[in-house]
Design a protein around this ligand. Structure first.
Ligand code: APR
Length: 260
């Protein structure tokens, strides 16, 4: 690859014991799932405060549920891409010292075969009741009618299982990430604009604990400045090659990896 850091990053990844990956909407872009920001981003067409907040859901449940059902249909038409699949290979190579933290709610990492996944912003394919805690998985959208869903247990309005703006990150998800940070030798930050906290704080947390941060993105972001390496390009092209080249490095005895 054309980055001067490419070879170094493959050595860091080969030698790393604890590997964490943080993904954003950009990793699913090549699967045809729209990102939120940038030229074709969802937030250019819709206002997040009108769709992705609890107030919006209470104010206009019909509109909010129509939007989330549209997103479910869009995602179900999508397939995991080579970047999702390369992270499955990376997980199989580095497990159990591997954690994939995703801001995405599309479930494409799990559909690709990833297992050590922390869904930092929840999952699109769940209905949850904020009143009584009822929740159910949604396997297909075809079976869903267009009406606003209410809790079969307590009758309260249901919400999609995503973390809406203003809602806290699921306790277990946050704890899982914080607990893994000290074990992280390298963090791959893939396809996120790093605008939304606390997910956007994870690279800083890893740096502060002495871990390396490597960013994969066609564009620079607030993470780029602090990253130890910035690999400019689409995830679908760079991530499979990065994992493949790092695995080759692992087969080479250490003393030769610094040759030249
Ligand atoms: N490969 C890698 N990165 C890409 C690609 C690609 N093919 N295409 C776009 N990107 C990058 C963009 O440059 C941008 O930096 O992906 C990033 C997408 O940024 P956002 O759309 O802001 O998505 P994300 O960072 O995941 O948003 C975070 O914001 O709206 C909330 O809850 C929502 O989880 C989401 C959070």
């Amino acid at each position: 690859m054309d980055s001067p850091f490419w070879d170094l990053v493959t050595i860091w990844l080969a030698r790393a014991s604890g590997v964490m990956v943080l993904t954003g909407a950009g990793i699913s872009a090549e699967s045809g799932v729209p990102t939120f920001r940038g030229k074709d981003g969802l937030w250019n067409r819709f206002r997040p405060e009108e769709l992705a907040t609890l107030e919006a859901l209470q104010r206009d449940p019909e509109r909010v549920w129509t939007w989330y059902r549209w997103r479910r249909k869009k995602v179900l038409q999508a397939q995991p891409n080579p970047a999702h699949r390369a992270l499955v290979t990376l997980e199989q190579w580095k497990q159990p010292h591997f954690l994939l933290v995703t801001q995405n709610v599309d479930g494409l990492h799990q559909r690709a075969g990833s297992q050590a996944v922390v869904e930092f912003h929840g999952n699109l394919f769940e209905d949850v009741c904020l009143q009584c805690g009822f929740h159910r998985r949604i396997e297909s959208v075809a079976s869903e009618d267009s009406a606003v869903p209410y809790c079969p247990r307590c009758g309260h309005l249901l919400k999609p299982g995503v973390v809406m703006f203003g809602e806290p990150i699921p306790e277990q998800a946050l704890h899982h990430v914080i607990e893994f940070i000290p074990r992280t030798d390298i963090l791959l930050v893939i396809g996120t604009s790093a605008q939304v906290y606390p997910a956007a704080a994870i690279p800083r947390w890893v740096k502060d604990h002495g871990g390396k941060v490597v960013e994969v993105n066609p564009e620079q972001t607030p993470v780029t400045e602090m990253a130890d390496a910035f690999l400019r390009g689409p995830a679908g092209k760079l991530v499979p090659k990065l994992v493949q080249d790092a695995m080759k490095k692992q087969q080479v005895p250490h003393e030769r990896t610094f040759s030249g």
